[in-house]
Design a protein around this ligand. Structure first.
Ligand code: C5P
Length: 311
């Protein structure tokens, strides 16, 4: 009897930064930061299938037709490779391979962490599909080597990131909140945005993250909205005035608050409920390349392997 090869279909969720306090550039070139990160329901999908031929086969389809590298430079490919390497260092022999198909919905260069989330999902999936039993520490080390945001996506939910983004402290789940995410034509490179920040002396108070943590611990919704901030807004809005305009437009369309996602270029607006989020999104649909409604997720909901069974 023919049996289908074991495969796994997982979701890789995007994130927003409820706060993003950036400190000075460190000796290693990275910036110290403090950020409350929040997983959201906008997601890519990865399908991983074991195959007899060793190695990694990788294909990618962007639902908006945009160009996403479908080769060994893709972070999801590199993550799968790093899981195999970690297993081999731990003495686990693998004589088969994997094909990965990535379906992109999260826009790139948007500050939504799409590539980082794909990488974390690939790491966790390869670990599960091949029964590698990599430790939490090993997965975290592999994730941090792939990118500063990757460790967050191993667990998702709501968490504070410190260091260059890899030191995480879990926070209580944020009460569900509806969002509108809009990505304009402009794209922002993360490295460029950090360089721009170096020139900004007068940054936000740097206390936003501490205040946000307190608001989450006391589940104070009003303060959660009030304390949201992002140090990148000043330099990015200065360079891309259309993003400053989009921010105001989101507010005029009914968003309770609006902020840049990571270092941009997407912005998110918060909405009182799903119907309001859809109404706000309708103002932007057709005028901007990416418009989506999304919802903040709990830790359990944002687990890439949650609810996904081996087939
Ligand atoms: O770690 P990742 O590859 O995502 O970072 C991309 C770029 O963003 C880095 O090369 C660096 O220029 C900048 N960065 C930084 N400080 C951080 C994270 C990223 O300066 N904490």
């Amino acid at each position: 009897m023919l049996t289908a090869p074991p495969s796994l279909k997982v979701r890789a969720f995007a994130k927003i930064n409820l706060t993003l306090d950036v400190f000075s550039r460190r000796a290693d070139g990275y910036h110290g930061l403090a950020s409350v990160m929040q997983a959201i329901s906008l997601h890519d999908t990865l399908t991983l299938t074991r195959r007899e031929e060793p190695g990694i086969g990788f294909t990618c389809a962007a639902l908006d037709g945009s160009d996403v590298p479908a080769d060994e430079t893709n972070l999801a490919y590199r993550a799968a490779l790093s899981a195999f390497q970690a297993a081999s260092e731990a003495g686990v022999g693998i004589d088969s391979g994997v094909t990965i198909h990535l379906e992109k919905r999260i826009p790139s260069q948007a500050g939504l962490g799409g590539g980082s989330s794909d990488a974390a999902a690939a790491l966790l999936s390869v670990n599960s599909l091949f029964g590698l039993k990599l430790s939490v520490e090993t997965l975290h080390r592999c994730a941090a080597a792939l990118g500063s945001d990757v460790p967050f996506f191993l667990t998702g939910g709501t968490a504070t990131a410190r260091g260059r983004g890899e030191n995480l402290t879990a926070l209580p789940d944020m009460p569900p909140c509806w969002l509108v995410v809009v990505k304009p034509e402009e794209s922002v490179s993360t490295g460029w945005a950090y360089t721009q920040l170096d020139a900004v002396v007068d940054r936000a108070s740097h206390r936003a993250t501490k205040r946000m943590e307190e608001a989450l611990r006391t589940q104070d919704n009003e303060r959660m909205l009030a304390f949201a901030s992002n140090d990148f807004e000043l330099p990015v809005f200065m360079h891309f005035p259309r993003l400053a305009w989009l921010h105001d437009e989101l507010r005029m369309a009914g968003a309770l608050t609006a902020h840049l996602c990571g270092s941009g270029s997407a912005l998110y607006g918060t909405a009182p409920d799903e119907a309001a989020a859809r109404r706000i999104a309708a103002h932007f649909t057709g005028r901007y390349p990416h418009v989506a409604t999304a919802r903040t997720l709990s830790r359990a909901e944002s687990d890439p392997l949650g609810g996904n069974e081996l087939s």
